[in-house]
Ligand binder design. Sequence first.
Ligand SMILES: NC(=O)c1ccc[n+]([C@@H]2O[C@H](COP(=O)([O-])OP(=O)(O)OC[C@H]3O[C@@H](n4cnc5c(N)ncnc54)[C@H](O)[C@@H]3O)[C@@H](O)[C@H]2O)c1
Length: 255
Amino acid sequence: MGKLDGKVALITGGGGGIGSATARLMAEAGARIVVSGVPGDQVAATAAGLVADGHEAIATVTDVSKADQVEAAVAAAVSEFGSLDILVPNAGIQMHDRDIGLHDLPEEVWDATMNVNLRGIYLACRFGLKQMLKQGTGGAIVIVSSITAISGPSENFAYLTSKGALLAMSRNIALTYAKDGIRCNAVCPGALERTPNHDAHLRPEARAAMIKETVPLGRAGTPEDIAPMITFLASEDASYATAGTFVVDGGRTQI
Ligand SMILES: NC(=O)c1ccc[n+]([C@@H]2O[C@H](COP(=O)([O-])OP(=O)(O)OC[C@H]3O[C@@H](n4cnc5c(N)ncnc54)[C@H](O)[C@@H]3O)[C@@H](O)[C@H]2O)c1
């Protein structure tokens, strides 16, 4: 018996990094998975890998900033697997090279970041909640924020602001929909390696050195370090956990 047997999970930004690691772990726990996101070839590859290993999964090409595409992804979960029980709004962008210094921050960088990191998560939650309420059987939402929401320093102002707002959103989804049996929690990952985000960093060597120095556990995290927390929070093992913020950062925010 898997801990997520019978559950249907939709994960945005499922084409790589935390999203695809979570898709795999949830599939191994018995969930049927909708891998949503862009680019299409990456979400298709994540889903195909799961199917090749005997799991049930589909991919949807979904730009989370587009309402019709997010609505269609939720509809695909229902038409393919019959319900939506778990939602992981995970897709996010960090424009390392342009999101620098608030006094000079270009509006298009701010808008692009908010479009994916805030609007995208609002849309996923809006359509996901609507479906969960329609089903009337509760549900679990795990929003992927970041430690930049709760501690500094970070030079990426648009990014950290969007991630901070997600904590308020997550807490209030939890409080508003608790009566409907829907739990909502936020996960704050620390600095990771082996993610597309990390590969795009401007100064990867400096980042690696900074991580070694400032993370008490002495290493960067990986997507596989974060996926278990997300999967736990989505499962019945976490049935008393809601409105929480769960930090997985090797101890970094406590120094
Ligand atoms: N990597 C890190 O160090 C780190 C640390 C803390 C938080 N996070 C957060 O974790 C989440 C996952 O990040 P990651 O590092 O695993 O990979 P990532 O940052 O590359 O992004 C995750 C996925 O989202 C997809 N995506 C981008 N724009 C999208 C859009 N408009 N619609 C749909 N999908 C889109 C990407 O293609 C990618 O597959 C993000 O929200 C990120 O901010 C990452």
